[in-house]
Ligand binder design. Structure first.
Ligand code: VG1
Ligand code: CO
Length: 543
């Protein structure tokens, strides 16, 4: 088989963001665009020779083409083996698990997560290391550096490899193993949770709706919920993955999963409902008449994880991203657990998990996970909830109310302003930064500012230092406002404003979040001049 060295030139802007490189699909389809980045990955990790990788993606448009290119390039660079999900499919957590289970040198995941898919929408690629987790900032910088000086890439000439049936073939000197994308993952879930108890719960008439949003979790959810746990057929909706996710955003939040939210708020509400995102690493949790914020979900899981067999020994510690609410901190304090605050993005949890400092971690952006893999894991979170509901016999609403009575409540919401002109978004952040030194002591409707800074992080394991991770304003009554610009968008800038207020008075724990946060929202605009800078009077997405 002939290996070609194709001359190329550096392509501008191939800088990975919060979670890999994300661009318009058409950009990825431009000549050399994908190939350059894949070669830069090989260069960034010190070559592919003799190595074994996992490859798979969320099935979005161009997933199939990209897998074939990566197989040819891995073969040309001397990789020993690639393990690929059947039809190129692997959810992000399933890929993380395979990388770990098979002790590979890492893997490439093709996804733009919750961003829409299709020829005119988004595509993405990321590299995960041998621990199964997203490559570190340092590695991402090396890969980016490699993109800026690339002169050629290597690729073999061959027909497409058939990846439609499990089994092993070769491509040049490289082995290609096609695996069932669901089997290993489902077995891992069975090892962590009390499937018998959850089966009994379903058998008792407990009702659930899981919305796979036409994305990758469909086959995983059908196998686990309907086949292994005995939930009635039809419990999983939108369960067939589609290259354009049925035209929607596969983003499990109250805006993009509105039909599911409407269902739980209506007369036919099931006992429990959940949804996941494009690549299966996010989760949304709902009860009858109730949306559980991801920050609260993390806190509830931390308080109750010991009820599931995989966590019966208790937790080593917990971690949350900085913008995530402090609800889990209250649980950690009550249970005497260490609690870490990291920058946004799962890559910052990897060291803490590897070092055994934490068992559970989460982000306000609907991401929850544990040390069972090195990615957030949507279905895992749903199963842990189910295990807790089965064990306690309580409904979601009762569980939440009891949780707030015990730990207090962090009212929380996030406002996103999408596709803001870059210059305007940057001007807003620059102005804010300039105001930071004078803010402490000033009083606003939300309270008196006790501290204001730009978050920086020193990794307690490897000592690496990360700056510019979001501006936070803390108030003396525990309220908090965080501003940051998204690192996953593909059009203009997305301003995220994270709003939080703390309540311990037992008589004020069940107010609508929007009402409890009125003063904080007002203050966020007063301090940052959101309307003045962006011209927007309301957010595009509220979670
Ligand atoms: C967003 C979220 C962040 C999450 C990231 C990847 O990043 O805020 O918490 O880790 O998406 O999620 P940003 O930079 O746009 O705020 V996803 O499900 O790729 O996998
Ligand atoms: Co995702």
């Amino acid at each position: 088989m002939q290996s070609l060295t194709v001359k190329t030139q550096p392509i501008e802007g191939q800088k990975p963001g919060t979670s890999g490189l994300r661009k318009k699909t058409r950009t990825f389809m431009e000549p050399h665009y994908l190939e350059n980045f894949v070669q830069a990955i090989w260069n960034g990790i010190g070559g592919a020779e003799g190595k074994t990788f996992v490859v798979g993606g969320d099935g979005r448009y161009f997933n199939d083409r990209a897998v074939q290119v990566i197989l040819r390039m891995a073969a040309a660079s001397g990789a020993a083996k690639v393990i690929v999900g059947q039809d190129g499919i692997l959810s992000t957590p399933a890929a993380s698990h395979l990388i770990r289970k098979r002790e590979t040198d890492g893997g490439i995941i093709l996804s733009a997560s919750h961003n829409p898919g299709g020829p005119d929408e988004d595509f993405g690629i990321k590299f995960n290391g041998p621990n199964g987790g997203p490559g570190s900032e340092d590695l991402m910088n090396r890969i980016f550096d490699a993109t800026t000086s690339l002169a050629s890439y290597a690729i073999v000439e061959s027909q497409d490899i058939d990846i439609s049936t499990p089994g092993t073939t070769t491509l040049g000197g490289m082995e290609v193993e096609v695996v069932d994308p669901v089997a290993d993952y489902a077995a891992l879930m069975e090892s962590l949770f009390d499937f018998a108890a959850i089966r009994d719960l379903f058998a008792s008439g407990f009702t659930m709706c899981f919305d796979a949003m036409h994305a990758v979790t469909g086959p995983y959810a059908v196998e686990i919920l309907e086949r292994r746990l005995g939930a009635p057929k039809g419990t999983v909706v939108n369960g067939t993955p589609m290259p354009d996710f049925g035209g929607g955003h596969p983003d499990p939040n109250p805006i993009w999963a509105k039909p599911l939210v409407d269902l739980v708020m209506g007369p036919d509400a099931p006992d429990f409902a959940a949804a996941s995102d494009g690549d299966g690493d996010r989760n949304m949790i709902l009860g009858r008449g109730l949306y559980v914020t991801p920050s609260d979900s993390l806190a509830v899981l931390a308080a109750n994880a010991h009820l599931a067999p995989g966590y019966a020994g208790g937790l080593k510690g917990v971690a949350r991203s900085m913008p995530t609410s402090g609800a889990v901190d209250r649980v950690a304090e009550a249970l005497g657990l260490d609690c870490y605050e990291t920058p946004t993005g799962w890559k910052f949890f990897g060291n803490l998990l590897d070092a055994g400092k934490v068992t559970l971690c989460g982000e306000e952006s609907a991401g929850t996970g544990s040390d069972h893999v090195r990615e957030k894991d949507g279905l895992w979170a749903v199963l842990l909830w189910l295990n807790i509901l089965a064990e306690t016999g309580q409904g979601v609403g009762d569980l939440m109310r009891a949780h707030w009575q015990r730990f207090g409540r962090n009212y929380y919401t996030r406002h996103d302003y999408e596709a803001v002109e870059n210059a305007r978004a940057n001007a807003l952040m620059d102005d804010l930064r300039a105001r930071l030194p004078g803010l402490a002591g000033q009083t606003f409707p939300a309270g008196t500012v006790s501290a204001a800074d730009e978050f920086a992080y020193d990794d307690p394991v490897d000592g690496s230092h990360s700056e510019g991770q979001g501006i936070r304003i803390l108030f003396d009554n525990g309220s908090r406002i965080v501003y940051r610009l998204s690192g996953t968008g593909t059009v203009g800038a997305t301003l995220r404003v994270y709003l939080e207020a703390v309540e311990s008075d037992p008589s004020k724990l069940e107010r609508p979040a929007a009402e409890a946060l009125t003063q904080v929202v007002e203050t966020a605009d007063q301090i940052a001049g959101i309307e003045r800078h962006t011209g927007r009077t309301a957010p595009d997405v509220t979670t």
